[in-house]
Write a protein that binds this ligand. Structure first.
Ligand SMILES: [Zn+2]
Length: 236
């Protein structure tokens, strides 16, 4: 009977049919009938506890933006402006322009190779490569809406900052919001060891993502990061 009761309680059955009898009230006649017997609540509680422990095995984290860090004065022109109209097209056309200049320099070298043309090509390549590394974080932030801010944009007191490509209140003619680049710092308290969690670029399995990494256990306390919901969960 115990096994049957347990089986039914697992399937959320609360009562079992059972044979009952009326009490003999003075006379000799006893009536038997089929009644319901409540399954002990202890068993159902055990099942609920199992469900609860399954839910809590997922560890969640919530990020906050405690501060909007100030960029160094000389870098302010890069931020704080609304990217629209010609500025937006500059962002797109800059790599294309570099490609066109590089290709024409290459052609020049191919048809009339001289020290002069070679110096032009090499110096152009050096400028292009340094521009690539300088502007890459900005392109990433514009493309993915959020990226890691370059270290030269952040004051030394800030360990890790992000570049966010935020919507402004105004819309463009085509109905899309005008966006602007903004420097932010997302951080959180580690739900496992309550140390500081900072946003970093994910590596290996987390490649291409931004992840929250714990200061104290950077290999194991790694959390997903969504800058829209400001939430995440333990990744390993
Ligand atoms: Zn931790």
């Amino acid at each position: 009977v115990d096994e049957i009761t347990h089986f039914f309680s697992l399937n959320k059955v609360k009562y079992l049919p059972t044979i009952k009898n009326t009490e003999s009230s003075g006379g000799h006649k006893i009536n038997f009938y089929i009644g319901l017997k409540a399954i002990s609540e202890v068993i159902t509680h055990e099942v609920e506890l199992k469900n609860d422990s399954a839910n809590t095995s997922q560890i969640n984290i919530e990020y906050t933006v405690p501060q909007l860090p100030k960029a160094p004065t000389w870098a302010k022109f890069l931020l704080n402006f609304k990217i629209s109209g010609w500025k937006f097209y500059t962002y797109i056309s800059l790599p294309l322009l570099a490609l066109a200049v590089g290709y024409s320099l290459l052609l020049w070298n191919y048809y009339s190779l001289s020290y002069f043309s070679l110096i032009y090509l090499i110096s152009f390549l050096m400028i292009a490569v340094s521009f690539y590394f300088w502007l890459k974080p900005f392109y990433e932030a514009i493309d993915k809406r959020i990226g890691i801010a370059p270290y030269w944009l952040v004051r030394l007191s800030v360990i890790s900052a992000q570049l966010r490509y935020v919507r402004t209140a105004t819309k463009r003619d085509n109905g899309q919001y005008i966006r602007a680049l903004q420097l932010v710092v997302y951080q959180a308290e580690c739900p496992i060891c309550s140390n500081r969690v900072l946003i970093e670029k994910g590596s290996n399995a987390q490649r291409g993502r931004l992840v929250g990494v714990c200061d104290e256990s950077p290999r194991e306390h790694v959390f997903s990061f969504d800058h829209v919901t400001k939430k995440g969960m333990l990744l390993r």
